[in-house]
Design a protein around this ligand. Sequence first.
Ligand SMILES: [Zn+2]
Ligand SMILES: [Zn+2]
Length: 278
Amino acid sequence: MRSTLRGVRLILLGVRGSTPAPGADFVRYGGHTSCVAVVPDGSDTPSLVLDAGTGLRDLTPRLGGQPYRGSILVSHLHWDHVQGLPFFIAGDRPDAQVDLYVPAQNGRTGRDLLAAAMAPPNFPITPEGLQGSWTFTALDSGYHVIEGFRIRATEVRHKGGRTFGYRISDDTGSMAYVPDHVISGGIDNEVRDLIHDVDVLLHDAQFVESERRLADAYAHSTVDDAVNLARECGVRHLVLFHHGPARTDEALDAIASSFTKGTITAAAQGDVIDVRRG
Ligand SMILES: [Zn+2]
Ligand SMILES: [Zn+2]
């Protein structure tokens, strides 16, 4: 559907890391795991989704009864980034058309990489059990064009399998999506380049400085890591993302209020973020 809205918009459908966080202390920032819908310039309908965490379930009611026709870029295969996939009703119907990409690794097909977690006895169905027309691609790092966006996929340091950060741009603006990334051991130049000068960066901020030992052990970033990286790379708007599942609304309010609003914000489920170059 055409829209008079200009520029790319991001709909944050899930902002947690590790595991969903239901409960009264998590209502405002939301409990779903990582998932972001990308609405192209001049459209009302997302054609690209970043990660398939449990937040993917919330895309279905936003499509107004229509099937999903578009792509899903998965940063890596940890549960919190793929578990929404079999519960995505708009993508699991005969008229759905979905191209899913996962980071290439170990010479395996995209289907087989996904089926390592999504197949009996771990789950009732395999990837081809999804209705509609699905493709599963093992994506190489480098430059791609997907759904009309210029996409750069760059390997980032994390733990347990290959992880990509993505830079997504069109003529109206640019954003980078790096939900899981450990910084304390050093930042690769390719990663600086991936993030350099973007309008919006969604970055891992799972831990705070007092939890540094855990951040390093689990290969994640702290809020300070994300802030320093964003400043160094000239990011215009940093969105702290992939909050720890125990981080309450109150704790996230305290983090968010320590920064200038509009420049550094804490991701909240349901937020719509304008990527357009200011
Ligand atoms: Zn994660
Ligand atoms: Zn991870």
